[in-house]
Every structure is written in structure tokens, then in C-alpha cells.
Write a protein that binds this ligand. Structure first.
Ligand code: R5P
Length: 278
């Protein structure tokens, strides 16, 4: 890795412990105004001090995150589909490398859809993006997106992660599964685990804990943080697992202690929303 690549990579996966807490707020790129991410400014602001990096699109970055904030950016550069469109796997690169550089991105993120109708298109885009990233010293995070019809087991996820790494991804985002160690062992680059749909806090903390204890470098977590009634206590608890090796019990007591200090849960807006994913 050259200096620039190494420097940017170290902003995502912290060299002190090889771990990462990436806060994902990119959901609107195909889901529109996802519940509790209707106004990303409000969702993101209180969480920023606790996230190692922020995963989002250029639109939300430009409009909802103050440029003065010193938070490393994982810029989602793929998209072009929506939850009501023809096929979610039909993604292309939607943001240029010049734009990513202008926005001072520390990492580029793109989804691949292994086993889907548009597998080839998304894998070819990954190869192209890695070439661009290498040219300018910007690492690439491959997001292994899983279609409804695909099994989320170690065999499938291992295949998708390995393909991503073979095409040059520097980090791969995937899902936790049974025998997750097999996925980790067969992928030569660091893996981060997505949170997925909102779970009870204890279960989400267990997911984060299982992920890092079975070899993930950390989490790329969104809904399980900001859809919690207590997002700041939740991110603090996840952070304790990722960076302080807290166990689930310790993390949950951080959550309950922090929660006790808050007056009211965050309010849910009653607006029509598209269906969730995962
Ligand atoms: C999908 O929109 C993105 O890749 C998300 O960033 C990813 O799924 C992580 O978010 P969550 O923890 O909500 O699944």
C-alpha cells in the first residue's frame, strides 16, 4: 500500500486495535426517507462523536454533515435503483472518483450482487472502482448485498466476500452467519458486519460481539443504532464492544446506564415509507 492508501485505510480501520465502528446512514440511496433517517442532519449530529467513520452518499454528506467536522467518510458511489424499481441489483457507479476526491472521501463503497441477474455489471464496476481507487490512493469497501432469494450462509457469504477480495476490494462488508469464521478465513481482507434490520438492543449487541469475537474487524451499523429509542446510548455500547472488548452484558449495562440519563425516547414520525429491506 502506498502512503495515501495506507493513511486513508487507517482512518477506517483504526491501527491501534485493527477495529472499526462505521456508522451507516446511506439507506436513503434506494429506500428514500427510511424511518428515523427522515432528516439525516438530526439523526447523524448526536452520533458523530462516537463513530469512527460515516458511510453515506454525496447528497447527504454535502447537505447534512458540516464540512468542519473531522469524521472520515466512506462514500457510497454505487446506486441507480430504488425499492420500487425493477431490480435492486441493477446498480452502477453513480459518483465519480474526482467527486470523491473533492469530498475528501477516505474510502469508496459499492455494492456487489453475487448470484443476481446483474452480478456481472456490479462485479465489473467493483474492478473499475478499485482501479480508480488505486490510482488515487483511496481504499474500496465492497458491500456484499444479498437478494431475498439468496441464503445468508457461510457458503454464499464466503463466496461473495472472496470474489470481492479477489477483485481488489480493500475491505468487505458482509453479514454475520453461522460458521462466520469460515467466511473470515477465506477472505484475505478485513470484514465488517452490517447490522441489518432493527433488533432488540440486547440482540444487536450480541450480533456486534459475535462478529468481532469471530474475526470481523468491526461493524458497519445503521438501523440498530439510529432506530433505537436511545441511539446515543446504543452507539456507546457498540463502541465498547468494538474498541474496549466489552462483553454483551457489560455493553448492555452501558446502554441501560446511559439510557437512564436521557429524559425521553426519540419521537417516531408518522409518515408513509417504502418497505424496509433485508
Ligand atoms: C445499505 O443501504 C447499506 O449497505 C447499509 O449501509 C448497510 O446495510 C448497513 O446498515 P444496517 O446496519 O442498517 O444494515
Amino acid at each position: 500500500m502506498d502512503w495515501g492508501m495506507k493513511n486513508r485505510f487507517s482512518k477506517i480501520i483504526r491501527p491501534a486495535d485493527g477495529r472499526c465502528l462505521m456508522l451507516a446512514v446511506d439507506h436513503g440511496y434506494f429506500l428514500g426517507p427510511t424511518e428515523r433517517l427522515e432528516d439525516p442532519r438530526k439523526t447523524v449530529a448526536p452520533l458523530l462523536p462516537y463513530a469512527d467513520s460515516l458511510m453515506l452518499t454525496r447528497g447527504v454528506l454535502r447537505n447534512c454533515v458540516p464540512a468542519e467536522r473531522d469524521v472520515p467518510i466512506v462514500l457510497r458511489v454505487s446506486g441507480g435503483t430504488s425499492i420500487v424499481g425493477e431490480d435492486l441489483s441493477k446498480e452502477a457507479i453513480t459518483t465519480s472518483i474526482e467527486e470523491a476526491i473533492r469530498l475528501n472521501a477516505s474510502c469508496l463503497a459499492l455494492s456487489i450482487f453475487v448470484g443476481s441477474k446483474y452480478e456481472h455489471q456490479t462485479l465489473a464496476s467493483l474492478g473499475k472502482l478499485v482501479d480508480e481507487g488505486e490510482k488515487f490512493g483511496i481504499p474500496v469497501l465492497a458491500v456484499t448485498a444479498v437478494g431475498k432469494e439468496m441464503g445468508r450462509d457461510a457458503r454464499y457469504l464466503g463466496l461473495a466476500c472472496r470474489v470481492a477480495a479477489e477483485l481488489g476490494a480493500h475491505i468487505v462488508k458482509t453479514y454475520y452467519c453461522e460458521n462466520f469464521e469460515q467466511v473470515v478465513e477465506s477472505c484475505p481482507v478485513p470484514l465488517v458486519v452490517a447490522g441489518g434490520k432493527k433488533l432488540p438492543e440486547m440482540d444487536a449487541l450480541k450480533l456486534a460481539h459475535d462478529s468481532v469475537t469471530h474475526g470481523a474487524a468491526g461493524v458497519d451499523m445503521g438501523r440498530n443504532i439510529w432506530q433505537s429509542d436511545y441511539p446515543v446510548p446504543m452507539i456507546k455500547a457498540v463502541k465498547a464492544i468494538v474498541h474496549d472488548n466489552a462483553d454483551v452484558k457489560e455493553a448492555y449495562s452501558i446502554f441501560t446506564r446511559e439510557k437512564a440519563g436521557k429524559k425521553e425516547p426519540q419521537k417516531v414520525k408518522a409518515v408513509a415509507r417504502p418497505a424496509d429491506f433485508d
